[in-house]
Design a protein around this ligand. Structure first.
Ligand SMILES: Cc1cc2nc3c(=O)[nH]c(=O)nc-3n(C[C@H](O)[C@H](O)[C@H](O)COP(=O)(O)OP(=O)(O)OC[C@H]3O[C@@H](n4cnc5c(N)ncnc54)[C@H](O)[C@@H]3O)c2cc1C
Length: 453
């Protein structure tokens, strides 16, 4: 019988598949066999009920956002509280070319440093020697624009905050942190109980998030691109090509002999982001797509004509009056090429993410689950067509079994154990998920009355 507790250990969170591996609760973190971070805490030694972003007893995003933004200009059910919404890119040199999208995250981080609003920015950058480090990317602190530029681009790789939290505790100053929504939530929860973090972590920069991937996605790239993982020196999930649509992701590996391998995601066995390969299990229990508690949140403008513009285009939600003023002034000065848009525009750019985290989450909340049960702002509900249910079931199975099959492939030394399975699963998934998919169409014809009455 699942339980909703007032005290909770990180072990219970881990066992219940709710640990996102953020590092907010533990001084040391270790990567598990599936390439996901987990806290290293002795049994019975912690209570994370109030600080774990997936704890049912912790303050939710609505509460945290109301504390942070008590008098917003507007709010919607999907975007949360905000001052303004924007679409576009950085006009100043370098940021857009260097960034995954329009370069806005790196620009705001650099601007906070340039204006002295913060002393350092915690964000994610490639590690110098991944083979000896045992990971490709990690959080670190940057104190100037060059270092910020060195960390630009989206890393669909597991990262954790314990090291930068310790560094912030050790060194007085004002810090900004860049993170996905649950990491920003974890920092808010920590700020509530830790006065040092509350005083020093002054700015929170959020990334929109579909879900987080495990480290095994890199193994999978290496298997499929014919590169021994032990020789991979650098990973780029989205190498930019101005001549191609922004949403045609192309994976790129640099090997230690200087050679490189690249392939379009569409040709990979698991190259459909939304299918859920290597998703962290906790992401199935998240309802925040757009970093509702961050001072500013950034995503990709996944609508035309922007999706087809390979140079990359951001959508930006300014939630704090300070960041709103910073952005509005830079637009007037021509440093940012942004146009103000309404909330519906931004919501449209993340339609698939919202479907998965509202309709899909409502359905997942009706499933039987072992251990601690997530408490979400979405009410459980299964009133949706059979085909949509099958899509959500399939995504959940793909996410779960991709970890298992990759484990088998690594153990046996036979990547085909994983890649053949992934190709088959992806074919079935596409048949279901694409609106004109044959399998989906067949289900609609044969079982037209599947929608609950
Ligand atoms: C796991 C993940 C899932 C995402 N899902 C979506 C989505 O569903 N929809 C959408 O529109 N956008 C999503 N994004 C955001 C998108 O990929 C871009 O990061 C965003 O548009 C900013 O682009 P930019 O050019 O402004 O940033 P850049 O100027 O390229 O800077 C990116 C900044 O983010 C930091 N960063 C990179 N990876 C991570 C990470 N894993 N954790 C914390 N910080 C990191 C970098 O250090 C850098 O400071 C996701 C990002 C991540 C990391």
């Amino acid at each position: 019988m699942p339980r909703l507790a007032e005290t909770l250990s990180s072990r219970e969170i881990v066992r219940s598949g709710l640990c996102i591996g953020c590092g907010g609760c533990a001084a040391t973190m270790a990567m598990d066999r599936d390439g996901l971070w987990k806290p290293e805490v002795a049994a019975g030694q912690d209570d994370v009920a109030a600080i774990c972003p997936f704890s049912p007893a912790a303050a939710n995003e609505d509460v945290l956002a109301a504390e942070r933004f008590p008098a917003p200009t507007a709010q919607t059910a999907f975007l949360g509280r905000f001052e303004s919404n924007w679409v576009g890119h950085v006009a100043e040199d370098g940021f857009r070319t260097n960034g995954s999208s329009g370069g806005m995250v790196s620009w705001v981080a650099s601007e906070l440093l340039r204006t002295g609003a913060v002393d350092a920015v915690a964000h994610v950058a490639p590690v110098a020697d991944p083979q000896s480090d045992g990971r490709f990317f990690a959080y670190g602190l940057s104190r100037d624009a060059d270092a910020i530029a060195g960390g630009a681009k989206s890393r669909y790789y597991p990262v954790e905050l314990s090291g930068v939290i310790a560094a912030i505790r050790a060194m007085p100053g004002r810090y900004a942190v860049v993170g996905v929504p649950c990491f920003i939530k974890a920092l808010h929860l920590l700020r509530r109980s830790d006065p040092v973090i509350a005083e020093r972590v002054t700015h929170l920069l959020g990334l929109f998030c579909g879900h987080q991937k495990s480290a095994r996605l890199v193994d999978s790239f290496a298997w499929q691109l014919g590169a021994p993982i032990a020789q991979v020196k650098a990973v780029d999930y989205r190498i930019k090509d101005a001549a191609r649509p922004a949403n045609w992701y192309r994976a790129h590996l640099t090997l230690d002999d200087g050679s490189s391998r690249a392939e379009d995601w569409w040709h990979l066995a698991d190259g459909d982001w939304g299918a859920g390969f290597f998703q962290n299990p906790a992401c199935d229990w998240c309802d925040d797509v757009v970093a509702e508690t961050a001072d500013v949140a950034f995503g990709d403008a996944w609508v035309e004509p922007y999706s087809s513009d390979g140079r990359g285009t951001n959508v930006v939600i300014a939630r704090s009056p300070e960041i709103h003023a910073m952005i509005a002034a830079a637009v007037v000065d021509g440093r940012l090429a942004l146009t103000e848009v309404d909330a519906a525009f931004v919501e449209g750019t993340q339609a698939a993410g919202f479907r998965h985290r509202r309709e899909g989450l409502a359905y997942r909340l009706t499933w039987r689950k072992r251990g601690v049960r997530a408490v979400k702002r979405v009410a459980p509900g299964a009133a949706l067509p059979l085909r949509r249910k099958l899509v959500y079931r399939m995504r959940h199975a793909i996410a779960r079994d991709s970890h298992r099959l990759a484990r088998l492939a690594r153990w046996s030394g036979k990547p085909a154990c994983y890649t053949m399975w992934a190709r088959g699963m992806l074919a079935v998934y596409r048949g279901l998920a694409w609106s004109h998919g044959r399998l989906g169409g067949w289900i609609d014809r044969v079982l037209p009355d599947a929608r609950p009455k």
